[in-house]
Design a protein around this ligand. Structure first.
Ligand SMILES: *[C@@H]1O[C@H](CO)[C@@H](O)[C@H](O)[C@H]1NC(C)=O
Length: 518
């Protein structure tokens, strides 16, 4: 009864927050420039572009030049790029073209499946020579000396880095804003957030400016911006991708973070994920053939975590559409999707918060570039006087780390274990869980400060170390992307992708945020 009253109160509170922020940010909505006809090659998948370069139907130089022109057209609106290597990328591309012109053996292309295809990375992944600030003011002049492991692998696969993109401070917020480069805007609605922390990657990718976008995800950072910007994404089973050189990590420590990609093409996610998984790729079983009609489906309509907003009508309807489709297509009634719930979902945020304390990085120290430790009680008054080097979001995170009581260790570990075991038993190697992505589509800028726990629908699967795909499912009547998550047991990443592709294709998938001339 009390819980119900609280939920109803939350619904009205959310409406009120959206009303007030809408008064400010609806006016900031600007239309993304239409895709120039000369740039229509950018609509193709990375796999198809690589194939065209390999078979001499397309020059890498032409593709890189096209990306540069499109980036220059959209970036003033979305503010995604923090640094570029346009000249160097064109030079790399010309070298690729001349090698292909001279003739390369098939073996060479096997080792370099993305030869000549440009890529971008969030700037928390070190890209040699480019800014590597992590959004920290004291690091504003820092440039990476080496490539992060994921960038090194992508280059080794033939990819050509062209830009790095914006992130929130140390990747730890639901919006992409910092004191060095400012705020990245959502291409579908520039008054709204792209999400974080791979917000620069998703904004640029959704703007149809780049074919490959390297992200990372410790609490939704790949899937959240994919959802808000209307893209596919995969956060692979934890422990298979190296985060060496990303957010200054050594790559040796165990972590719930994975490297992943956002994409307009679901079919690109497996081949790209294999590249960054390197010699651990086999453990993800991405080549497994999957028949979506033979899988067992479960779904969660809403979690009952009191910290998280209730799910809005548009997104409840989205889940219903997916469940209805799979029910209609089920070969027999026992293969129709079944509702599932576990009380562990009542504590999605608390569990994530606990497991974050088991990661090696200390947020307050990293804010000072590890030269001290930023303190909430010092930074809050400084912020109020306009003298802090940090965003309000970072200061709230300091409060969470330093002021609020810690989560009980035994409880958190036991609850995680029970939820993980039950889900592994439930899903086996042929079961899939449809799960909400978030309570609502892309929020207005700054409004997540009043709803800081709404990323928990993503974070819980980092806690469990399960693979999860983000599926774009069309737009709201106001043009905001909708979607759901598709989750499978560890090492069953191929199931997530097969179902994501099926649902995306059947229910609206990716929609462009701008005009595309025919
Ligand atoms: C920040 O830390 C790095 C080491 O990670 C160091 O090389 C650099 O000089 C530091 N920058 C500043 C401005 O203190």
């Amino acid at each position: 009864m009390l819980k119900r009253a609280f939920f109803i109160f939350r619904i009205y509170l959310d409406m009120f927050i959206d009303f007030v922020f809408g008064l400010i940010f609806e006016g900031e909505r600007k239309k993304l420039p239409e895709l120039d006809k000369r740039h229509s090659i950018l609509l193709e998948s990375a796999v198809s572009l690589a194939e065209k370069i390999r078979t001499k139907q397309l020059k890498s130089e032409e593709l890189v030049r096209t990306c540069i022109e499109r980036i220059q057209a959209v970036n003033p609106l979305i503010n995604a790029v923090t640094d570029e290597r346009f000249e160097a990328a064109l030079k790399d591309a010309k070298e690729v073209d001349s090698m292909i012109e001279k003739g390369l053996p098939d073996e060479y292309f096997k080792d370099k499946p993305f030869l000549g295809v440009p890529f971008t990375a969030k700037e928390s992944h070190a890209v040699s020579g480019l800014t590597h600030t992590l959004g920290i003011l004291s690091r504003r002049h820092m440039r990476a000396a080496d490539d992060a492991e994921c960038v090194r692998l992508m280059r080794a696969a033939g990819g050509i880095p062209i830009v790095v993109t914006n992130v929130p401070e140390i990747n730890k917020w639901m919006e992409t804003r910092n004191m060095v480069f400012g705020q990245t805007r959502n291409p579908h609605h520039t008054g709204r957030s792209t999400g974080g922390s791979s917000g620069g990657e998703a904004a640029l990718h959704a703007s149809i400016a780049v074919p490959i976008s390297i992200c990372s995800d410790i609490g939704g950072s790949t899937r959240m911006p994919a959802f808000y910007c209307g893209l596919y994404a995969l956060n692979p089973t934890a422990g298979h991708t190296s985060i060496k050189g990303s957010t200054l990590r050594s790559g040796l420590e165990p972590t719930m973070a994975s490297i992943g990609f956002v994409s307009r093409h679901c079919s690109d996610l497996a081949p790209l994920t294999k590249i960054v998984a390197g010699d651990k790729a086999a453990g993800l079983n991405l080549d497994r053939a999957v028949d979506v009609k033979k899988l067992r489906y479960f779904y969660v309509e809403t979690a009952r975590d009191l910290r998280v907003s209730p799910i809005c009508k548009d997104l409840r309807d989205t889940m219903t559409k997916a469940v209805t489709l799979l029910t209609e297509q089920a070969p027999s009634s026992d293969l129709a999707p079944k509702p599932f719930y576990h009380n562990g979902f009542n504590y999605m945020f608390a569990l994530w918060r606990y497991w974050m304390t088991r990661e090696t990085e200390v947020f307050g120290k990293m804010l000072t570039n590890n030269s001290g430790e930023a303190k909430f009680i010092v930074e809050l008054p400084k912020k109020l006087l306009g003298m802090s080097d940090f965003t309000l979001a970072a200061i709230l995170k300091l409060a969470d780390d330093q002021i609020l009581p810690p989560v009980n260790k035994e409880w958190a570990e036991q609850t995680t274990k029970e939820l993980r075991e039950e889900l592994i038993n439930l899903l086996g190697d042929d079961g899939v869980l449809l799960f909400p992505s978030a309570p609502a589509p892309a929020p207005y800028h700054y409004s997540p400060l009043l709803r800081p726990f709404n990323f928990a629908y993503w974070g819980i699967f980092n806690v469990l170390k399960f693979p999860a795909a983000q599926v774009p499912i069309g737009l709201t009547s106001d043009g905001l992307p909708l979607g759901i998550q598709v989750v499978a047991a560890p090492h069953c990443d191929a199931l997530c992708l097969a179902v994501a592709e099926h649902l995306g294709k059947s229910l609206g998938g990716v929609q462009a945020p701008c005009n595309i001339p025919q």
